[in-house]
Design a protein. Sequence first.
Length: 88
Amino acid sequence: MAKEEKKKTKQADVSKDEQVGFHKGALSTLAKEREEMLKITSIVEQLMQMHIKALKDLGVDLEAQAKQTMKSKPTVAKGKKGKLDELI
């Protein structure tokens, strides 16, 4: 039996309803995973903001340091970076 024939046989063994259920279940799980990832990203962002604020309270000027770093580095095409990424 060729690969294509085996594949067709396997698909025929699994009903359409089972396939639909499988894909719906996968999407449901992935949506929940995405929600959790967004929560983690939010927490990381909050922690970074907290540390930036603490440094500012201690008199560290992150913006001046970022500008100084940018002047000393050769110009490179920028990707999609956020403001926090540029400060670090």
